[in-house]
Write a protein that binds this ligand. Structure first.
Ligand code: MG
Ligand code: ZN
Length: 224
């Protein structure tokens, strides 16, 4: 007997919403960056460094992904930029559908740069297209230098990697060269930024964000 098989990609609904998000962002000339990494790797802290550094030139909005609480959105709101807290209520990643709800509540017409902080999780967020233009993977030295090899999808699909908390490097067994070598195996041309937010040493990463924003913006204006 022939068995009927019904195939529907888990990602089909997500991918459709991601395309809609991309179109909506393009219509408003907003460049979106999806920031991904494990819980406690320092994603929100990076936002607290990047936002004040670029806000003179770029109007920034933020979508904060978490399971519960508005703790991270509160930190971003304190910087005086528009922020929406997206709560997955137990879900381990942001979906394009949830991001779409957030986009509806942001003043997109006034924004240049949208920073999307994903749920703290180094695994499945990498599989979900949110309609973003660029991805930043974040890894803290306290997580261990074996993580790029063990969680390759996060790093493979990222446009750049930030290795955070390097001020405590000496207190860990983290081998920066080994981690960087493993990241380069997954993408030789990927910029890797070793940063310490505590030492305010995030300038090169901020420059990368700024340049990504400029690259999409100039593309959009030249195709007009
Ligand atoms: Mg956070
Ligand atoms: Zn998930």
């Amino acid at each position: 007997m022939k068995i009927d098989v019904l195939r529907k990609s888990l990602f089909a609904v997500n991918d459709r919403a991601a395309e809609e998000n991309r179109a909506l962002l393009a219509r408003h000339g907003v460049v979106a960056l999806n920031i991904m990494g494990g819980a406690g790797c320092g994603k929100t802290t990076l936002l607290e460094k990047i936002i004040p550094a670029v806000r003179g030139e770029l109007a920034v909005g933020v979508l904060e992904g978490d399971l519960a609480t508005t703790k991270d959105a509160d930190r971003i709101a304190a910087l005086g930029v528009p922020v929406i807290q997206l709560l997955t209520e137990g879900g381990c990643h942001l979906t394009a559908t949830l991001v779409q709800e957030g986009l509806r509540r942001l003043p997109l017409a006034d924004l240049d740069l949208l920073l999307i902080e994903n749920v703290g999780n180094p695994i499945c967020p990498a599989n979900f297209d949110l309609g973003e233009h660029f991805r930043l993977a974040v890894l803290s030295v306290s997580e261990g230098d074996d993580k790029p090899a063990k969680y390759p999808y996060l790093f493979k699909k990222a446009d750049a990697v930030a290795i955070t908390k390097v001020d405590v490097l000496a207190a860990t067994d983290f081998n920066l060269d080994r981690a960087m070598a493993d990241i380069r195996v997954l993408g030789p041309a990927k910029p890797i930024f070793a940063v310490s937010a505590r030492r305010n040493d995030t300038g090169a990463l901020t420059d990368w964000v700024r340049s990504r924003c400029g690259s999409v913006a100039s593309k959009a204006s030249s195709s007009r």
